[in-house]
Ligand binder design. Structure first.
Ligand SMILES: [Zn+2]
Length: 243
């Protein structure tokens, strides 16, 4: 079982009688009649099935042998009433489910949440690489801007600590709420993409499988150095010049 911090999570959605359901090759989608999700269903299925293929192929993962279940909520109040939280999107690791707030304005689809689920055979690394891997699969920030554009700006504004400070899970949790979605997700996404590009997916898989949420910075840094033959600070310097 994976340890996720979801104190308000409830399962009212499971017994909610009015879901409409559509099953595709790798997903079951639940949505409301006449909702934005129902209108976009064809697009949703196409987007997620292609995300699935991209993740499995790029990361060289095995097919999990079970379907990912998506729940689309038409507004914040309904999402809160049925699953306990109004945030845009959450993957529930132990249930292989994703809960999404899907409205005319916000349509969080794509690779991010599915990467959290499909990479579980590698275990659960800490924030830097867990969120980094999900974002590297997306390839751009929430608003479509390339990660590196935000990263450049973030460094110029002195928004980031040294990456060595992010080598435990708390380091990620310490990211300021203001600016996290754009600047911090972009940083970890761009750095992870850089590692995969420069040193290959095998090395990254090894790093991911051997680092842990419960590890200290020192423990995770030791694993990093043993995989890449360089310290996190040395690789960070290369990354900063590269971007
Ligand atoms: Zn995430």
């Amino acid at each position: 079982m994976f340890d996720q911090n979801l104190p308000t999570y409830i399962h009212t959605f499971e017994t909610y009688p009015r879901w409409k359901t559509f099953q595709s090759e790798h997903y079951i989608f639940h949505y409301f009649a006449e909702s934005e999700a129902e209108k976009d269903l064809e697009h949703i299925v196409k987007t997620q099935e292609s995300a699935y293929q991209k993740i499995i192929t790029t990361l060289k993962l095995d097919n999990p042998g079970k379907l990912i279940e998506y729940y689309f909520y038409p507004n914040e109040a309904t999402k809160t009433a049925l699953m306990g939280d109004d945030w845009y999107a959450q993957a529930i690791l132990n249930e292989f489910r994703v809960h999404v707030l899907y409205t005319k304005k916000d349509k969080p689809l794509g690779e991010h949440e599915d990467t959290h689920l499909l990479s579980l055979p590698w275990g659960l690394s800490f924030g830097l690489f867990n969120e980094g891997l999900a974002e590297s699969m997306v390839g751009h920030a929430w608003d479509g801007t390339p990660h590196l554009a935000y990263v450049k700006e973030g460094y110029a504004k002195g928004m980031y600590p040294a990456l060595s400070e992010l080598m435990d899970h708390q380091g990620w949790l310490n990211s300021p709420e203001d600016g996290r979605v754009m600047y911090w997700y972009s940083l970890v996404g761009a750095f992870t993409a850089f590692l995969i590009q420069q040193f290959g997916i095998e090395c990254f898989g090894k790093l991911y499988r051997n680092t842990r949420r419960e590890n200290t910075k020192e423990q995770n840094s030791t694993v990093f150095q043993s995989v890449y033959g360089k310290t996190i600070s040395e690789v960070e310097e290369v990354f900063k010049n590269f971007r």
